[in-house]
Design a binder for this molecule. Structure first.
Ligand code: 2DT
Length: 213
């Protein structure tokens, strides 16, 4: 299954509310694709390891205060600083599984009341995912799962607004909405099937596109 000259990896993004199961599903998918012999990496945004990421982390854990626009642009900058590495990996044939991306950026900031189009603008030109897996769960159900860690956005009322804004971003071509109330194993099975299809299409030469397409 080694990459040939013109086959590229797929960019697969997971989105959803806090406690929707993104991180578990990303981990399971990673092992599955590795087991099939694919070249694959798991990424997440925010990437808290960079200096921009550290500013974001300090904001999320309430150690610092930032203007809503400022933090929005930092989240975007955190994706821009990873863009060229992302492109290099994809073109080298590595599939990237990404836990949160621009959709989180827009959904969370616009849920605070920032203008929707203003929120989308700094994402223009980032790589567009081949597939967005949206793990759909009612905010109340997610809250019942517990483990809201006490970070800034982990509150039921706010998560309700985020869910509404996510739905404004849904686009029929690359989004797959998965019922995240199902058992972990059932979600996993559906996710594997849809991701494999997209990995194959990318191998066959589907071209990379850019946000917001
Ligand atoms: P986790 O690290 O637990 O996923 O939480 N967020 C994320 C934004 O507001 N904008 C963004 O661009 C991104 C990627 C979602 C990170 C928190 O940060 C929010 C939850």
């Amino acid at each position: 299954l080694g990459a040939n000259n013109n086959s590229r990896g797929a960019l697969v993004v997971f989105e959803g509310l806090d406690r929707s199961g993104k991180t578990s599903q990303c981990g399971r998918l990673l092992s599955y694709l590795e087991g099939l012999g694919h070249s694959v990496e798991l990424w997440r945004f925010p990437d808290r390891t960079t200096s921009v990421g550290q500013m974001i982390s300090s904001y999320l854990t309430n150690k610092s205060q930032l203007d809503d626009h400022t933090i929005h642009l930092l989240f975007s900058a955190n994706r821009w600083e990873k863009r060229s590495m992302m492109e290099t990996k994809l073109k080298a044939g590595t599939t990237l599984i990404v836990d949160r991306y621009s959709y989180s950026g827009v959904a969370f900031s616009s849920a605070k009341g920032l203008d929707f189009e203003w929120c989308k603008a700094p994402e223009v030109g980032l790589l567009a995912p081949d597939l967005v897996v949206y793990l759909d769960i009612p905010p109340e159900k997610a809250a019942e799962r517990g483990g809201y860690g006490g970070e800034r956005y982990e509150q039921l009322e706010f998560q309700r607004k985020v869910a509404q804004h996510y739905m404004l971003l849904k686009d029929s071509s690359s989004w797959e909405i998965v019922d995240a109330c199902q058992a972990l194993e059932d979600v996993e099975k559906q996710v594997k099937e849809m991701v494999l299809q997209h990995v194959r299409t990318c191998r066959k030469g589907k071209t990379l596109s850019y946000m917001w397409s």
